[in-house]
Write a protein that binds this ligand. Structure first.
Ligand code: FE2
Length: 434
């Protein structure tokens, strides 16, 4: 007898009429026609059951602080950083924890069960680190929260940041962060990349840097990050977040850069909602989009994951913890409209960030953790199109959130709610079409 049996699921890879049996928080079987009894049966009715959404890049210490102490008028990254600096002296442990927990509740309702959050270590008091470590422990039953030691005001630029970052790692922060494009000079930025990779290698930790979050095509810290990754033997364990300068770089230079990134097995993390809002602010027309070169990076075999980055904070006043909204924005900005590319966007908010974060036991397969989400959608493309309702969220075999079905806006007399993918599938151009 199983604890949970999910009946008649469609999986993201297209397998249909699949049953998923769960015992003791672990998936026991994934196959058709399981007949054994279970304590709880969830009928998927042919809909999509996916592993949970994963956010590869977030700022849990700043979330839901919108308007404190004022709004970002220019909408730029730099005013956001300045605004966060105004708020920092007024932060309290209780306020940080309360806002983060509220966000985590929202995340669960959206099927978002793993988040990598950067935590500002620029303030030597490390109030934010203490609060986020507290949150990591409190939410562990339902969210895997990874923390990155992030020197928001510059590793070399902010007085005391070098020492504070080391102390944050001593306190148990999981990942080494950085922000080379915000150091005083390009040379300082490059030096910070080298120093931070050295720390990661010495401590056996992964790296995730805010890297080249700028429209300046000469911001080439990703080149240094790739080379330092290889130099320190950190291949596969280093993430470059944002990489928006790649949008503006010369094509020839990029043709040399991407193979170097592939050699270093850099984990690429794009933040579509934020990148489209913040980049190109000094442009007139045409305005650059500022999203890194996602299709080209994927084509080169790099693992590309998406992050939400911000929700209602000094940098972004919108957001709802919905990684399908993030996937949709990446799809539109990157013009990833072929059906294969849309599915890649779904992977970039599920399997790809799970890989970037090194999550163990992720995915719907025997022996893996029984974490999954039932969506009111037929497949990953429909899930993105509809920002599909999370009908049930399962964590370690327990249903921890549910939502009622939504009335389809596409209900046509005589047709089912769910459109057969075959009805609208062949939109990709035939092979060989320019
Ligand atoms: Fe960020």
């Amino acid at each position: 007898m199983f604890d949970l049996l999910v009946k008649n699921a469609t999986l993201p890879d297209g397998r249909s009429q699949i049953d998923i049996a769960v015992s003791g928080g672990t998936i026991s079987a994934v196959e058709r026609g399981i007949t054994a009894e279970a304590g709880h049966v969830l009928d998927a009715k042919g809909r999509l059951v996916t592993p949970p959404f994963v956010d590869a890049h977030f700022h849990m210490d700043a979330t839901l602080s919108l308007g404190l102490p004022r709004m970002n008028v220019s909408g730029t990254l730099l005013e956001g950083i300045a605004l966060w600096g105004e708020l920092k002296p007024h932060l309290t442990h209780e306020g940080l924890v309360e806002r983060a927990l509220r966000y985590c509740d929202l995340a669960v309702s959206k099927g978002l069960l793993a988040i990598r959050s950067h935590v500002d270590v620029s303030d030597p008091r490390l109030l934010t680190v203490e609060a986020m470590l507290d949150v990591r422990e409190r939410v562990a039953p339902y969210i895997d929260l990874q923390l990155v030691a992030f020197p928001q005001d510059g590793y070399f630029r902010a007085p005391g940041a070098v020492d504070a970052l080391g102390r944050a790692l001593d306190m148990g922060v999981d990942v080494v962060g950085g922000i080379p494009h915000f150091e005083r000079t390009m040379a300082d930025g490059a030096a910070s990349v080298g120093a931070l990779c050295r720390i990661a290698a010495d401590r056996g930790l992964p790296v995730d840097m805010h890297c080249d979050e700028t429209d300046d095509p000469m911001s080439r810290h990703i080149e240094t990050l790739s080379q330092e990754t290889v130099r320190h033997g950190l291949q596969g364990r280093v993430a470059g977040s944002h990489l928006t300068s790649m949008h503006s770089m010369d094509n020839y230079y990029v043709s040399k850069l991407i193979p170097l990134m592939a050699e270093a097995d850099i984990q690429v993390i794009a933040n579509p909602l934020i990148n489209i809002c913040i980049q190109g602010r000094r442009d007139t027309y045409p305005k650059r989009r500022g999203q890194t070169r996602i299709p080209e990076l994927m084509a080169a075999g790099l693992n590309v994951a998406y992050g939400h980055d911000c929700v209602m904070d000094p940098w972004y006043s919108l957001g709802s913890g919905d990684m399908l909204e993030v996937a949709s924005m990446a799809l539109h900005v990157g013009q990833m409209t072929s059906r294969a590319a849309m599915r890649q966007c779904f992977d970039a908010v599920t399997a790809n960030p799970a890989k970037a974060l090194g999550l163990e036991g992720y995915g719907i397969a025997p022996g893996h953790r029984a974490d999954m989400v039932l969506l009111q959608a037929a497949d990953p493309v429909e899930a993105i199109r509809l920002r599909a309702t999370r009908l049930a969220v399962v964590r370690k075999g327990r249903v921890i959130a549910t939502a009622p079905e939504q009335v389809s806006t596409l209900k046509i007399e005589g047709r089912p709610d769910t459109i057969d993918p075959a009805d609208y599938a062949p939109t990709d151009p035939p092979k060989g079409t320019p």
